[in-house]
Design a protein around this ligand. Sequence first.
Ligand SMILES: [Zn+2]
Length: 379
Amino acid sequence: MDSFLRAACAKQNQIIACIRELVECESPTGHAPGLNKFTDLFSRQVSGIARVRRYPGGHICCEFALPGSKPTSKKDGQILALGHSDTVWPIGTLKTMPFRQVRGRLWGPGVLDMKAGLVFFVFAMRILLEHDVPVRRKVILQINSDEETGSESSRALTEAIARQSAAVLVLEPGTGLEGKVKTARKGVGDFQVTVRGRAAHAGLDFEKGANAVLEMARQVERIAGFTRLDRGITVSPGVIQGGTRSNVVPAMCHAEIDVRAPRAADGRYLERQFATLKPFDKRCKIEVTGGLNRPPMEPSSAVRKLFSTARGLAAEIGVDLEESASGGGSDGNFTAALGIPTLDGLGAVGEGAHAAHESVLINRIADRTALLAKIVAAL
Ligand SMILES: [Zn+2]
């Protein structure tokens, strides 16, 4: 058996215990006490093997002290592992969805997305340390607190640290029960469309009213038509609000539209399309704001090279590592857009992210942990 895999198997129970501790520390986005508690707990888990630096907004960076990684003799460019501490689950979720270890899986809020992935990385670093495996590059693990809501406050930090990095390993879960890594992610964004009409009494002054809800209904059909499934571009009107009471011709209607696109150029296509919106009822006015807020992660040659390295290393531990493209975004979108080789989906294998059946396959804990150790040692 591969020595990294053997070491990871030996640590499996410890890995599970650490995952449990993190899952039982609830940390929804925006909940500072929960996120701070999580950060304190995680800092204790890495104490002795990493120096933790805290940043405004509750983000942290852990710099690992690894064999052969003296700052002076370092190869150019560090390795950045990226993760997040926040989950989509509100405080109190544990009451109905407690941490459990049954049917070959670990269950609980945030276990897959992405607390298990963070723990795998820490144990991968422990394996390198305990086996005195020389690591040529400085290794940083950055954990953001706001990924689930778009990484507004962490984006600049992620980009600054990525610029000093030779490779980025994103610890988000893999795709499907095979745990495919992600070599492409769509860009993600939203547009806000506001229609301003003219209010009037729906009975006495019907003709004087310019109905903003009716105008929006017509526009929404047009907006949904910007979808180009053959090019992977999707446009989904998700929220509509308008009107005040049924007997008033509504003066205002507001819509939020989710957009996803595989290429940076598609973002410009969408902006051009939204700019063409013209009112059917000339008395109405249309305002459009928004665009892509996460650029797409396109499968560049640098990404392909990193994937083939990982694939070769996975084969050494008997895993046929496959790749996939995702419609969802992650912080890897930002680093890939800077041209830094980025491999995403290296975290846990399981299913049900953001859903009640969120779970991690126990029999894939050891090989994922071993693979992370092997990648860091090889780069
Ligand atoms: Zn995630």
